[in-house]
Write a protein that binds this ligand. Structure first.
Ligand code: PEP
Ligand code: MN
Length: 339
């Protein structure tokens, strides 16, 4: 349930509404939205008749939140959220490019790839130090050594850092090096991890699980938000369908749906959706046309030699060309490209 107070509501009236909600067993969360005080009653409380709440002094409006996710819903917050990281804003008018290798391999790899993606307009560098590999025998990532390298190289190029956290035990370590925590598709329903990320200061990007519905995906975002962290981004990265030509199937329906039922910024990862280098740019272009707020793209200075996901990693020149196209498409849909 969302309660909006009158602009003239007094502090005492606000406290009275809040304590009524707490007496009913709800947790009260304020929306940072707009000039009118907006609060959501979430949790296991007993729902009162809405008219009873409407009758309380100072109350302007009471609405039920029909979706299972509450804080992530547009009913709670009608304006799109803008997540600020350093001097980058995600979710506003301006589109953000995040790019880099699948996995951190070496200083040379990061320096060359970082320089190329920054020159092409990326503001955030991606790269995994802890890799969720299908096989336990595959390269598992460089861990802290990789994070240190990425932080240094990103700072050198004026880039921010996004990297995947696989387990809650990695949060404290990663917090020293990253700007955004990425929750991978395989961990979208790792609830202890999501809960722990609810109490970090940094933004969290939640990827959609391979077989997750939009509601399940947004419920994972809700887990993080319910812990007090409202800096959440959601990322569509392709779902498993019956088609085998591509690695996954990019669900642009989900982008349009998530944008309408949630206020959270929606990012698209066309790389893991396509799995094939040449198919990444068309999907990326379509994602921006469909309303995505940013892209997460795998780029490697020498993808043929990449340890992980080389076949889907763009050459730097391809990324530069794509960035130019994204700029044009962004303008066509009333947006700009942050660069
Ligand atoms: C990744 O971004 O490197 C990754 C492992 O992606 P996903 O979790 O979407 O498979
Ligand atoms: Mn990858």
């Amino acid at each position: 349930m969302v309660i909006v107070l009158h602009r003239e509501a007094t502090l005492d009236q606000r406290h009275a509404v809040e304590s009524r909600l707490r007496d009913l067993g709800f947790q009260v969360v304020y929306s940072p939205n707009g000039s009118q005080v907006t609060m959501a009653a979430v949790g296991e409380g007993t729902m009162p008749p809405l008219d009873e709440m409407r009758a309380l002094p100072g109350v302007a409006e009471v609405r039920r939140i029909p979706s299972p996710f509450k804080l992530a819903s547009r009913t709670f917050r009608t304006e799109s959220s803008v997540v600020k990281v350093g001097d980058v804003e995600i979710g506003g008018k301006s589109i953000v490019l995040m790019a880099g290798p699948c996995t951190i391999e070496s200083e040379e790899q990061l320096v060359k790839t970082g320089a190329a993606v920054r020159a092409a307009g990326a503001r955030i560098m991606r790269g995994g130090a802890f890799k969720p590999r299908t096989s336990p025998y595959s390269f598992q990532g460089l861990g802290e050594e990789g994070l240190k390298l990425m932080r240094r190289v990103a700072d050198m190029h004026g880039l921010l850092v996004i990297s995947e956290v696989m387990d809650k035990s990695q949060i404290a370590l990663m917090d020293k090096y990253v700007d955004i925590f990425q929750v991978g598709a395989r961990n979208m329903q790792n609830y202890p991890l999501l809960r722990e990320l609810g109490s970090v200061e940094r933004p969290v990007l939640v990827k959609r699980g391979l077989a997750a519905t939009v509601d399940e995906w947004l419920m994972s975002a809700e887990y993080v938000m319910s812990g007090g962290n409202d800096k959440v981004l959601v990322c569509e990265r392709g779902i498993r369908a019956y088609e085998t030509y591509t690695r996954n199937t990019l669900d642009l329906n989900a982008v349009a749906v998530a944008k309408s039922i949630s206020h959270l910024p929606v990012i698209v990862d066309p790389s893991h959706a396509a799995g094939i280098r040449d198919k990444v740019p068309p999907l990326a272009r379509a994602a921006i046309a469909a309303g995505a707020d940013g892209l997460l793209v795998e780029v490697h200075y020498d993808p043929e030699k990449a340890i992980c996901d080389g076949p889907q990693s763009l050459f730097p020149d391809q990324f530069t060309e794509l960035s130019g196209q994204i700029r044009v498409i962004a303008e066509a849909v009333g947006r700009t490209l942050q660069s």
